[in-house]
Design a protein around this ligand. Structure first.
Ligand SMILES: CC(C)(COP(=O)(O)OP(=O)(O)OC[C@H]1O[C@@H](n2cnc3c(N)ncnc32)[C@H](O)[C@@H]1OP(=O)(O)O)[C@@H](O)C(=O)NCCC(=O)NCCS
Length: 313
């Protein structure tokens, strides 16, 4: 088996076995062209010549991307015929090595709670489960929710101190680090990140004499282009969580309608019919009870759970 940096010509052999990887299909076809060019990233394949024809064949892949002190690992795929031969383990170790050589201090990844082979793989490679998250996607928003949109404000730089204090007191039963997600990658919410997120108008707070909830939003840069994403969500009650989701859902909808104007949206129409909203909204949030309860009330929602793994390297 040869392990090497992926070339364009590997794409079709890889996509050939990455069609029905999961019950919902796979996403590698959406990201291959991006990953192969991405700065600070490494796309590797495993190639074998063991077939009858001895023609080299790409039978496994992995992608790693460096950010902060982390090498993020994603897209591990092994052709079913070549599984349980150590390919995934070797690929993960190669990506870790790439990270180490570039001063990464930890390797991280995320695995669906239902994916037992991957959880066992991570366990065998000494990754530690460090956080639990919920992912949900929906076209419609929470109904029958008392709207308190006047209590939701876009955070400004002057709010950083109170936001930090609020976050530091969060009773987060899933992890002691606050993370947020963008496009299926989990980042640590450092002060620098918080600053950037506020500058980019991506943070909204629910404020009623004090902060009682917050949401970090984004539009997904490449998966399902044009969909909207909530990358962090917390509220002291499930009503606050629902308000934050609905508020962002309406902003996303208005933004979609006004995208040609590209203007700032300042007024939220309280009586807008949120159910004619036709863009999908992807929601990532820590797996805590209040979030689960609020998400259950989303109509047509599709919810799954994920484990974030870290390994010191
Ligand atoms: C998960 C996957 C990447 C594993 O690839 P692989 O090359 O077979 O993994 P390895 O041979 O390196 O396995 C290393 C260890 O992981 C565990 N493991 C891997 N597959 C397993 C399975 N099906 N059942 C139980 N344990 C498994 C075992 O501990 C194994 O060690 P062992 O064979 O000595 O018992 C592969 O099954 C796959 O491509 N699955 C579909 C895509 C996917 O789920 N990707 C990961 C998304 S996070």
């Amino acid at each position: 088996m040869i392990y090497r940096v992926a070339k364009n010509r590997d794409k079709y052999q890889i996509l050939d076995f990455c069609k029905n990887t999961f019950e919902w299909g796979d996403y590698i076809h959406e990201v291959w062209d991006i990953w192969i060019k991405e700065n600070n990233g490494l796309l590797i394949v495993a190639e074998t010549s063991d077939g009858a024809s001895h023609i080299p064949k790409s039978v496994a892949m992995i992608h790693g991307i460096l950010y902060e002190d982390t090498i993020w690992i994603e897209g591990i795929r092994v052709n079913p015929v070549y599984r349980r031969k150590g390919l995934a383990s070797t690929l993960v170790n190669k990506v870790i090595q790439y990270g180490k050589e570039r001063n990464a201090k930890k390797a991280s990844t995320v695995v669906s709670i239902k994916n037992n082979p991957s959880k066992k793989l991570m366990n065998k490679l000494n990754f530690i489960p460090v956080d639990k998250w919920i992912y949900s996607s929906t076209y419609t928003l929470t109904s029958n929710n008392d709207k308190c949109f006047d209590k939701i404000i876009k955070a400004e730089i002057k709010d950083i101190k109170i936001i930090k204090t609020f976050l530091s007191k969060l009773e987060n039963d899933t992890s002691d680090i606050i993370r947020f997600v963008n496009a299926w990658r989990w980042y640590t919410l450092t002060e620098n990140q918080l600053y950037k997120i506020i500058i980019n108008s991506q943070l909204y707070i629910f404020h009623d004499k004090k902060i009682m909830g917050l949401v970090i939003v984004d539009s997904n840069p490449y998966f399902n282009k044009g969909n909207y994403e909530i990358g962090y969500l917390y509220g002291e009650t499930k009503e606050i969580v629902a308000n934050l989701i609905n508020y962002y859902g309406i902003i996303a909808k208005l933004h979609n309608c006004n995208s040609k104007k590209n203007g700032e949206i300042n007024s939220i129409p309280i009586n807008d019919n949120i159910n004619d909203y036709n863009k999908k909204i992807n929601i990532f949030c820590p797996d805590i009870k209040i979030n689960s309860e609020a998400l259950l009330e989303l109509e047509n929602n599709d919810t799954s759970k994920f484990i974030v793994y870290d390994k010191k390297i």
